[in-house]
Design a protein around this ligand. Structure first.
Ligand SMILES: CC(C)(COP(=O)(O)OP(=O)(O)OC[C@H]1O[C@@H](n2cnc3c(N)ncnc32)[C@H](O)[C@@H]1OP(=O)(O)O)[C@@H](O)C(=O)NCCC(=O)NCCS
Length: 141
């Protein structure tokens, strides 16, 4: 298992495809809805098993001290095997290197216990995505 940014055009395609299939397609969202206008400024992380990407996540550096984790997704058949945890720990290590002292994220309700195990706490209830997925603003110092 290797964690790094995608590099080749094919790797970038499968990176966004995994994000789409896990986070957008189940809610009938259009292809393209998995991307935003900050992709070029963000740090991207992909978990590779051989040549295959099985998990993805993005880190946005908001200012000198605050980072925001977005678009965490593990391939369905690999969920529950500590891959998300390994990816988040890798991203948190990068945050330490960058000397970020607060990490925030908007967690889907179903993923809140996952982030709590990694040391995040709920700050407040946030938005409802696609009219049905409750999110919670969480942070870790
Ligand atoms: C949420 C997600 C990123 C977690 O990754 P994962 O690889 O499945 O989780 P892990 O196997 O690394 O779990 C790490 C720990 O969190 C726990 N955990 C993970 N998901 C959980 C859940 N939904 N409810 C309760 N506990 C959970 C695991 O039991 C494990 O606990 P342990 O350390 O005591 O063994 C992944 O399941 C996923 O992509 N889900 C669908 C998309 C999604 O909801 N993304 C998050 C958007 S905010």
């Amino acid at each position: 298992m290797e964690i790094r940014s995608p590099q080749t055009p094919q790797e970038w395609e499968s990176y966004y495809d995994l994000r789409y299939r896990v986070l957008r397609q189940p809610w009938n969202q259009k292809k393209g809805s998995e991307r935003d206008d900050q992709e070029d400024d963000a740090a991207h992380f992909a978990v590779f098993q051989g040549f295959v990407i099985i998990a993805v996540g993005r880190l946005d550096i908001l200012d000198d001290s605050v980072g925001k984790v977005r678009y965490m997704a593990v391939e369905e058949s690999f969920q529950g095997k500590n891959i998300g945890k390994a990816l988040m720990e890798f991203i948190l290590t990068r945050c330490e290197t960058e000397q970020l002292h607060t990490i925030i994220l908007h967690a889907r309700e179903i993923a809140v216990p996952f982030y709590e195990r990694l040391g995040f706490r709920i700050v407040e209830k946030s938005h409802l995505l696609f009219g049905e997925i409750q999110h919670y603003l969480m942070e870790k110092k």
